[in-house]
Design a protein around this ligand. Structure first.
Ligand SMILES: Nc1ncnc2c1ncn2[C@@H]1O[C@H](COP(=O)(O)OP(=O)(O)OP(=O)(O)O)[C@@H](O)[C@H]1O
Ligand SMILES: [Mg+2]
Length: 255
């Protein structure tokens, strides 16, 4: 189990085409904590996740992630293998790690149960709704028991009601202690406040951290949480930080 925190120290990343995606990022993410990242489109949220995943390297400063930390990513669309059943999609990461087939089947069954997919374990992705596909994507990521799980706008393509259910599901999984350290990118401020204890707000061009907010919200059911004055205050504070940047983008026609 990965014990070291994720530590960015004055880290920056400039892509080969000269785009400065991240600048002066100093951020420590404690092991097993749940952090959300919000910010306008193009501010470097995905880039930040990709550096933690080890898919990009910072070009200035440093990023330290325990070398043996297992990492998994969940994307906006499930990115499932269409020719594989739900069971095989869920156990894909285990199979590539050489876990014996019988054990893969068993883990897939456990995860399908946990995600409410038991009746669909032999179905194929095209037979599933968008929400179910995302559940398979999450199960596939978590089945390898990652030390770090990186969510990149996982619910952005879902309808509003399905999204509420998926937020509940992520909170339940956290309570069960199966998410490891979680970094969750979203454009939805309320979603950030539901799934994470700490919210990092980024500004655009280049992506910098402009706020680091840990609202003190009680551990109550989500519907109650949303109605709390402290929830609404935190929402307003975060929106105030992002609003001018989003307006600027709108006027410039940038996405
Ligand atoms: N591989 C790449 N090569 C060059 N530039 C890139 C690359 N990937 C991203 N960028 C640029 O880096 C900046 C940050 O991109 P990134 O995808 O990290 O933003 P984002 O915050 O995730 O945006 P969105 O909210 O739209 O998903 C953008 O200006 C983008 O065009
Ligand atoms: Mg992105």
């Amino acid at each position: 189990m990965q014990a070291a925190p994720i530590v960015f120290a004055q880290a920056g990343l400039t892509y080969p085409n000269g785009v400065e995606a991240l600048a002066d990022i100093s951020l420590t993410i404690a092991t097993r904590s749940a952090v959300a990242v919000v910010g306008p489109s193009g501010c470097g949220k995905t880039t930040l996740l990709r550096t933690i995943a080890g898919l990009e390297r910072v070009s200035t400063g440093t990023l330290s992630v325990a070398a043996d930390a297992t990492r998994a990513m969940v994307f906006q669309s499930g990115l499932l293998f269409p020719w594989m059943s739900v069971a095989d999609n869920i156990s894909y990461g285990l199979m590539t790690r050489g876990v014996p087939l019988a054990q893969c089947r068993e883990r897939a069954r456990v995860w399908a149960d946990r995600m409410g997919l038991q009746r669909f374990i032999d179905a194929y992705p095209h037979q599933l709704s968008g929400g179910m596909q995302q559940r398979v994507g999450i199960a596939r990521a978590l089945a390898i028991q990652p030390d770090i799980v990186l969510f990149d706008e996982p619910f952005a393509a879902l309808d509003a009601q399905t999204r509420l259910l998926m937020q509940e599901l992520v909170c339940d999984l956290q309570r069960q202690g199966v998410c490891g350290t979680m970094v969750f990118v979203t454009h939805a401020i309320d979603e950030a406040l539901i799934v994470a204890d700490r919210i990092i707000v980024m500004s655009a061009r280049p992506g910098r951290i402009i706020a680091d907010i840990t609202p003190q919200l009680p551990d109550v059911p989500i519907a109650e949480k949303r109605a709390l004055p402290a929830f609404n205050q935190a929402f307003a504070d975060i929106w105030a930080q992002i609003r001018s940047e989003v307006e600027l983008q709108m006027h410039e026609g940038v996405r």
